[in-house]
Design a protein around this ligand. Structure first.
Ligand code: PEP
Length: 254
């Protein structure tokens, strides 16, 4: 299975020109990789410009940072999975902690996840605890978040599901403050156990699990090597082509 590196640009950059600059700076490196696929998730408004740069690549893809749970209709301001697909998107990130902080509930994530999977999008569901407590309450939190966010998703739709484990306390910091690979590995095993309880071991073990939270060129390789993950979700470091390229190269060279 190829490693999956997803760039979450969030609400950046300011202009289409800058968006094109970042993508052009990444494209050359990403296009050469054999074992690593790259997904760029820009704001919707840049999709069309960036789609032209990506073209028909089989190693570099476009993804959305959100989707609505209906396909079309009177839902002002929303964008549907069909629109994402028809605009060149093949991935979608759902339930990011920044969206959950704005009021997105597990129930909403679950509805979105089902419709995105049915549309055929590779659907990245984000989970992650706010704090790590000594009593291990975060494990119960994670279990609930996984169960509730996938509440509507039956086993037959799992093929395109990806889980992104993003501990909220580790997001937006320096590389050195990311979670340690050994701790990531332990949590990944736990996530697999929870998925196995819902879907059975065989289906659960086929779901790729990514890590996100302060990944940079210095820690990307070792998180992949020792963290037991199939890829990474990268926030602020994905906006600087030279930094993001360093991440891509270090993952490819493992
Ligand atoms: C994120 O918010 O998805 C993320 C991984 O951010 P950062 O890499 O900036 O910690």
């Amino acid at each position: 299975m190829k490693k999956i590196i997803i760039a979450n640009w969030k609400m950046n950059p300011f202009s289409a020109k800058e968006a094109e600059y970042i993508l052009n700076g990444v494209k050359k490196t990403a296009a050469k990789l054999k074992k690593t696929q790259t997904v760029i998730c820009p704001p919707f408004i840049y999709f069309n410009n960036l789609r032209k740069i990506i073209g028909k690549s089989t190693i570099l893809f476009l993804g959305a940072q959100n989707s609505f749970w209906e396909i079309e209709g009177a839902f002002t301001g929303e964008v549907s999975p069909e629109m994402i697909k028809n605009s060149g998107g093949s991935y979608v990130i759902l339930g990011h902690s920044e969206r959950r902080a704005l009021g997105e509930s597990d129930e909403m994530v679950s509805k979105k996840t089902l419709v995105c999977l049915k549309t055929g999008l590779k659907t990245v569901v984000c989970i992650g605890e706010k704090v790590r407590d000594e009593q291990g309450d975060y494990l119960a939190f994670l279990k609930n978040e996984i169960r509730n966010s996938l509440n509507k998703v039956q086993k037959r739709f799992l093929r395109n599901l990806i889980i992104a484990y993003e501990p909220i306390w580790a997001i937006g910091k320096k590389d050195a403050e990311a979670m340690l690979p050994a701790d990531i590995h332990e949590t990944v095993i736990y996530i697999k156990k929870v998925l196995s309880e819902i879907y059975g071991q065989e289906s659960a073990l086929a779901v790729p699990i990514l890590y996100g939270g302060s990944v940079g060129g210095k820690n990307a390789g070792e998180i992949i090597k020792d963290g037991g993950v199939n890829g990474l979700l990268v926030g602020h470091q994905s906006l600087k082509p030279e930094n993001f390229n360093e991440i891509l190269r270090s993952v490819e060279n493992i």
